[in-house]
Ligand binder design. Sequence first.
Ligand code: GLN
Length: 270
Amino acid sequence: MSNMLTRRQAILAGLGSIATLGLAACGGSASSDGAAADGASKVYKIATDTTFAPFEYAETDGTYVGIDVELLAAVAADQGFEYELEPLGFDAALQAVQAGQADGVIAGMSITDERKKIFDFSEPYYDSTVCAAAKDGGDIKSLDDLKDKTVAVKTGTMSESWANSLAEKYGFTTVAFDTSDVMYQDVEAGNTACCFEDTPVMSYAISTGNVKLALIAEAEADSEFATPYGFAVNKGENAELLSMFDAGLANIKADGTYDKIVGTYVQSVA
Ligand code: GLN
């Protein structure tokens, strides 16, 4: 456990300035009604997941870090807008945007045709797919081993949809969790036979030693479950925020900031 923390801290070493940037972005003078009459800029509320490393997760002091967190900070700095990051959990974040309680969501959110009916998405910013993972060294080695078993899924996610599409064929039932970390713990404890998750997130958790799980299956690369992540706003709303996100994303891709942010997390683990 302490070894694990040490390693995670090592991965995060050097990110202090970025964490501070995230906090600074939250420190803007909030106006009561968003766009203030005196022309002060609006402080956007951006909802995110709570535990979804390497995209968003809390350091031990509660500061949020991760690829999404840093991309948002870089885009906001590039475009000159202010925001508050609200780690609500994945399903809750999507609901907050739909209810008008948040202006946008960045949460490793897969761009899907179904979601496009209720959200407007930015350009894709990260390729992803979904997988299943079971206890490392355990009896569950493939989807064929899941007959009559209960598996863990995360509420409202793409990987939950993938699990549901396989349930009848492989003869398993699902139990849903709100957060990835609690879902992994359930599999490690032996309560559920495996969990379904996004591959970049599951692979990161395994490679950092944070969980003792191993991949047992992955969706086909050309399937409907292998779609990239996007930043999203409620359909037809916050068009200005969305276009700033796209413009900022293009700029930080062009100047190397995007690669630097992603590389910090991915290469540190490799
Ligand atoms: N990418 C997945 C989805 O959009 C999961 C996102 C998450 O759990 N934060 O459904």
